[in-house]
Design a protein around this ligand. Structure first.
Ligand code: NOJ
Length: 540
């Protein structure tokens, strides 16, 4: 039994979780890809940032066709990343620092190199090996066309040919993502049992919980109706009622452990209300709020997203989660700090907005998920087409503007004077753009005004000031382009104001406790993009 230094329940409820896209974090063995050796050498860095937990993208053996989201063995560790023993040791290192470790579980699909899929290809037609997957006869003469019109999320058809055995019609297997990721058939009880064992395996090792990939997936609508029936959307492919039984069972397993293990879902549903079906006491602890992440720069928009997320948490009895970047999305520096396509709004404005956003998250109740590199202020990187790796890029039609997700996955710069900015002694798996070294950790460490030190300061303040992570929130508004709310804790009342306008606005009340900009603004003016924390005194 692994003993985990306990974060108190209250601290875990307001935890700062740091997502490690390990391929791009730090390469310790000189092959151009991040690994456990690199990660273990940075436990102190993550501790100095103040994070309470890390979430590792899939660490299992995988042909890396979708960079780990194509798993070929759920019980082990990919040799590119390290060994199972090294992962055990890393979990121990993190626990020693009081940092929890979440893994990523991928239940919707496996790799086409998984022994189950290989066995399905070898096994009898309609035999037990095939029944772990979704295999159907094609439509049209001799089944030459896919069974229905479903499209892969990555582009192109969601069906690829499956070996014809005895039938004289062509058969197809379903893959909602790349063809190297066949979807599992969750109507098959064996699939349930296998995933329950996978959870237990990692919990015994000491893993503190899971981020669940495509948690809204797993089941498909009976009869596989065409997407056309649903105005071309994916309603038939996702969010089916039977999925909740899976999470009830996962919750029962997670609750059996001490401390109880944590489950957070990547859930995309047609409406926000449907998220309610997934979270709460008997299913998942939390879900990512992608509408917050996708919210453009607008006081009213952010106010609405915050109100909805708080309401969802209250109705479900869960804790809100705030996040602005991850390994699938354009980095939020680029989303909030450039106008249209790559046109900068100006350095001061960018830095101020970006700083205000982490301060905003730090002052909201609930959990914050940070994506590695965001603490350095990394923008979305330009990746030349011939260096791209993302399968989603390769499945786009020729006229598509979508370039895939590589730009947010470019490796982290650690040391400005070293080759490849200290990430690796050899060429990184994705090239770093010219000038990437100027974001390096060593430079930012030394500069008290750097983004890294700003992030550290905000996380430290959140821990020191109970009103930030835990206080009661009230008076949420967005008058005149200023997002505003009050947080109360003990006898203290603090008003948070974020100015979304391009011009300064006067701050009418409160004593300034903190503001995100050090520019030479009029003392009682809140600058463009600036946030301030203002203490409200009785009678004011
Ligand atoms: C969501 C993951 O975040 C993404 O990176 C992956 O490609 C798909 N699920 C498929 O597993």
């Amino acid at each position: 039994m692994v003993l985990i230094p306990m974060l108190s329940e209250a601290t875990w409820e307001s935890a700062v979780v740091y997502q490690v896209y390990w391929r791009s974090f730090l390469d310790g063995n000189g092959d151009g890809v991040g690994d456990l050796k690199g990660l273990r050498s940075k436990v102190a860095y993550l501790s100095s940032l103040g994070v309470d937990a890390i979430w590792l993208n899939p660490t299992y053996p995988s042909p890396q066709g979708d960079h780990g989201y194509d798993v070929s063995d759920y019980f082990d560790v990919d040799p590119i990343f390290g060994t199972l023993d090294e992962l055990r040791a890393a979990i121990h290192d993190f626990h020693e620092e009081g940092i929890k470790v979440l893994l990523d579980i991928v239940p919707n699909h496996v790799s086409s190199q998984h022994p189950w899929f290989k066995a399905a290809i070898e096994g009898d037609e309609d035999g037990p090996e095939e029944s772990r997957f979704i295999i159907r006869s094609g439509s049209g003469p001799k089944g030459a066309s896919p069974p229905n019109d479903w499209k892969s999320i990555f582009g192109g058809p969601a069906w690829s040919r499956f070996p014809q055995k005895t039938a004289d019609t062509q058969r197809w297997y379903l893959h909602m993502f790349d063809e190297c990721q066949p979807d599992l058939n969750w109507e098959n009880q064996e699939v349930h049992e296998r995933f329950e064992r996978i959870l237990e395996h990692w919990y015994e090792i000491g893993v503190d919980g899971f981020r669940i990939d495509v948690a809204h997936g797993l089941y498909k609508a009976p009869g596989f109706p065409n997407m056309e029936t649903f105005d071309g959307n994916w309603s038939a492919c996702w969010d089916q009622p039977k999925v909740h039984e899976v999470y009830r069972s996962w919750r029962r397993i997670s609750d059996r452990y001490e401390p109880r293990r944590f489950l957070i879902g990547e859930i995309h549903t047609s409406s926000r209300d449907r998220l309610l079906d997934y979270i709460g006491k008997d299913q998942l602890d939390a879900a990512f709020d992608f509408s917050f992440l996708h919210q453009p720069w607008s006081a009213e928009g952010f106010m609405e997203r915050i109100a909805e997320n708080l309401q969802l948490a209250e109705m479900s009895g869960s804790t809100p989660v705030w996040t602005l970047s991850n390994h699938d999305e354009t980095r939020h520096w680029t989303r909030y700090c450039t106008k249209g396509k790559g046109e900068p709004t100006g350095e001061l404005d960018c830095g101020t907005r970006y700083r205000s956003l982490i301060s905003l998250m730090a002052s909201l109740p609930g959990r914050i998920f940070l994506y590695n590199g965001e603490e350095l202020g990394l923008p979305q990187a330009e990746v030349p087409d011939d260096s791209r790796q993302d399968p989603a890029f390769f499945r786009q039609p020729p006229d598509s503007d979508y370039k895939g997700r590589d730009g947010c996955r470019v490796p982290l710069p650690w040391e400005s004077e070293r080759d490849n900015a200290g990430f690796s002694t050899t060429a990184p798996w994705l090239p770093m753009p010219v000038g990437w070294h100027r974001y390096s950790v060593d430079l930012q460490d030394e500069d008290p005004e750097s983004m890294l030190n700003y992030y550290r300061g905000q996380i430290e303040m959140r821990k020191a000031e109970d009103w930030m992570g835990n206080g009661e929130i009230s008076d949420l508004s967005s008058n005149g382009g200023v997002l505003s709310f009050v947080k109360s804790s003990g006898g203290l009342k603090v008003m948070v104001n974020l100015n979304f306008n391009d011009r300064p606005v006067p701050m009418d009340t409160g004593e300034v406790l903190f503001r995100s900009s050090k520019s030479s603004l009029v003392e009682r003016d809140l600058g463009p993009g600036e946030i301030a924390f203002l203490i409200l005194h009785e009678g004011v």
